[in-house]
Design a protein around this ligand. Structure first.
Ligand SMILES: [Zn+2]
Length: 214
């Protein structure tokens, strides 16, 4: 049972296509677990569409039709992409192109004895990565210089705000500080998106974080 969801502002950004790609990816991955948010996102899309219908149409430039027709002459035939093989470990379909297939086949980079990660992509200050911690792994007390969105893909973790299981999305921001610790059982694997660098308390982590792109 999923207990932690994105708020309407995040869902609206996703539904209207204005959210950053990394933020859209994590929201879409949450929605692959969460029928409630799929429904809410469609409602918000409908509201957005209704608002657009109220906007008065602007007159088209005379050349608009010719421009469109000229572009049509150059259109390349559409090639249907090969259908990807289904996931063997129920990795969400929307995430698979970003991690090169199934979660089970990801090649991890170690940060320390208990943590590893995989950088996915970065656009300006916004970064997406996978994080993995063995049971009991402690990610270190930190605050945030932007938004930090964390979606559990496997296992779970707990911090001062509560416990998070597969499909749960945690959103942390600004002065809010926390120290997520992986739950007992299997390794905890998260998709994490940050829109600004994390601010760690410990000196070692302060030094190490930028090296790893955190
Ligand atoms: Zn949800």
């Amino acid at each position: 049972m999923i207990q932690h969801h994105p708020d309407d502002a995040l869902l609206l950004g996703y539904a209207s296509g204005t959210a950053d790609e990394a933020v859209s990816l994590i929201i879409a991955t949450h929605m692959s677990y969460c029928s409630l948010c799929r429904l809410r996102s469609r409602e918000l899309e409908a509201i957005g569409g209704a608002l657009l219908e109220d906007i008065l149409p602007a007159p088209l430039a005379r050349t608009a039709r010719d421009n469109v027709l000229a572009k049509l002459d150059n259109v390349q035939p559409y090639e249907r992409p090969a259908r990807p093989a289904p996931s063997r470990d129920s990795t969400p379909a929307v995430l698979r192109p970003y991690i090169g297939g199934d979660l089970a086949r990801v090649r991890w980079r170690r940060i320390g004895p208990s943590l590893s990660y995989v950088p996915l992509f970065r656009r300006g200050a916004v970064a997406a990565r996978l994080l993995r911690g063995v049971p009991g792994a402690d990610s270190g007390l930190h605050g945030h210089r932007g938004l930090e969105l964390t979606l559990v893909l496997q296992g779970g973790y707990t911090d001062v705000t509560g416990s998070y299981s597969p499909g749960d999305l945690q959103v942390m921001e600004g002065d809010a500080r926390h120290n997520p610790v992986a739950d007992p059982g299997e390794d905890c694997i998260n998709l994490a998106v940050t829109t600004g660098r994390l601010a760690f308390d410990s000196l070692i982590q302060k030094i190490a974080a930028p090296l790893f792109g955190f």
